[in-house]
Each structure stands twice: as C-alpha cells, then as structure tokens.
Design a protein around this ligand. Structure first.
Ligand SMILES: [Zn+2]
Ligand SMILES: [Zn+2]
Length: 247
C-alpha cells in the first residue's frame, strides 16, 4: 500500500487510517457488524470486570453491615422507658409529668407513654447519631450540661439545693429496663450527645445532687405491653419486665 507508506504516522490522518484499518479487518473477517468486530475482543474482559466489581460491592456491603452502628435506620425499632426527676419537686424530690409531644421528625420520639421510641428514618438519627438531643428536640425540650428546658418552657437549672446539697443536671442510664436493680451509669457531661445503644434501656433525666440514687422510670411497668411485635423485630430484643413496680 504505497499510499499508506508515504504518510507520516503522527499526521492528523492517522486516526482516519486506524478507522479504515478496522473497517478492512471487519470486511476480511466477514460476518458480524463493525461494532461487534470492535467490541468482541474486550467483551470477556468486561464480563470479568463486572463480576469483580459485583463481588467487591457485595463484600463491601457485608463488611459495612457488619460494623454498622445501631440503631439501623428503617430497621431497628427500640423502646426505652424514661422519666424526668427533679429533687426540688415536693419535699424529697419527685417525678415530673412525662413529655406529651408526639412530634416525630427523625424517628426518635414518644407517644405520650413515657417510652422513648427509637426507629430512625434517617442517618441523622441512626447509629452514633441517635442521641438524647434528638429525643429532647422531638419533645420540644432541651438538655445541656447545666439546664433542662421542659416542654412548657420551665427551666431546671443548677440553682437549687436538695437536702442541703447543690443539685446538678444528670442522666442515669440502665442498659436494660429488666435489670434496674443494678446501679445505673450516671452521666453529668455531654448529656445532649448521649447515645441510644440498645433496645430496652431505661433513662432518668434529672436534676439532683451529685451521687443521688434515683428510682427507675415507672413506665417500665407497661413496657411489655407496647408494640410487642416491634420489640421482636430487632435481633437483640431483650426480656423485659412486665410486672408493675412498687409505687
Ligand atoms: Zn414504638
Ligand atoms: Zn413510634
């Protein structure tokens, strides 16, 4: 082909040459469209690539699922009894009325039943983002490390003494409502960021002197009657106390 030999291979027409060569190869090979002639060599490679990518994706999904922090959005549905306690209420401290809000922006909410229902709809309230603050917001309340603002606007501040001791804002957490005879974990810092960690926790949100022993939430008594199907939905559902507590 004297014409091709005369050309500079780096010239602008080299692309046209390449196309012409492919066309020629297609004609010589016979059968099949030009397109399939071009694609045929890379098709098996493409299949291998797709299989490899699919396998990697499955492996990745499996790994992330394994370490995915709970509660998992649109999967877990947890129930945790809670109560508000104020040492300045009455003569020796008392529970305050439960929150009545049924706001449910993120899936961490209540049904006016003194139970925290935790079934996050969004990442913003699932896993490590499932925090006490989300619940308080749904209750139209607030908690900081030195004040609780109730849904009626009343503020419990660290400005009272109870039994001669200064009261502080604190949160008590029992891992399981079924074992409130054990000592709770007591938190006095970063209260808004406290995480919900499992189904059937029990919470007291309180103003009380440091080291105060507080009674567990009375709503433990009816936890067993709430949405039992949902309680079984989580694989780590907990045996729960159903008998009414004393008082
Ligand atoms: Zn629920
Ligand atoms: Zn609910």
């Amino acid at each position: 082909m004297p014409l091709a030999m005369a050309r500079d291979p780096r010239s602008r027409s080299s692309l046209a040459d390449a196309v012409r060569n492919v066309e020629r190869a297609a004609r010589i090979g016979g059968g099949g469209s030009r397109l399939s002639r071009i694609l045929r060599p890379s098709f098996p490679a493409l299949v291998v690539l797709i299989i490899a990518a699919g396998t990697a994706l499955v492996a990745f999904a499996y790994t992330t699922r394994d370490v995915q922090a709970r509660p998992v959005q649109n999967e877990d549905h947890w129930h945790s009894p809670y109560a508000l306690w104020d040492c300045a209420e009455g003569t020796e401290g008392d529970f305050l009325p439960q929150f009545t809000s049924t706001d449910d922006g993120l899936g961490i909410h209540s049904h006016d039943d003194a139970i925290i229902h935790i079934h996050p709809y969004f990442e913003a309230a699932s896993g490590e983002n499932a925090q006490l603050e989300d619940f308080m917001t749904a209750m139209r309340a607030e908690i900081s490390d030195d004040a609780i603002t109730l849904d009626d606007g009343r503020v419990l501040a660290e400005d009272v003494t109870c039994g001669g001791e200064p009261a502080i804002i604190q949160v008590h957490r029992w891992e399981f409502a079924s074992s409130v005879d054990e000592a709770p974990e007591v938190f006095t810092e970063n209260l808004a960021e406290l995480r919900f960690l499992n189904n059937g926790e029990a919470w007291i949100i309180a103003r009380a002197p440091e080291g105060a022993e507080l009674p567990p939430p009375p709503s433990i008594a009816w936890l067993g009657q709430i949405d039992p199907f949902a309680l079984r939905a989580g694989e780590e559902s907990t045996p729960l106390v159903t008998e009414p507590q004393d008082e």
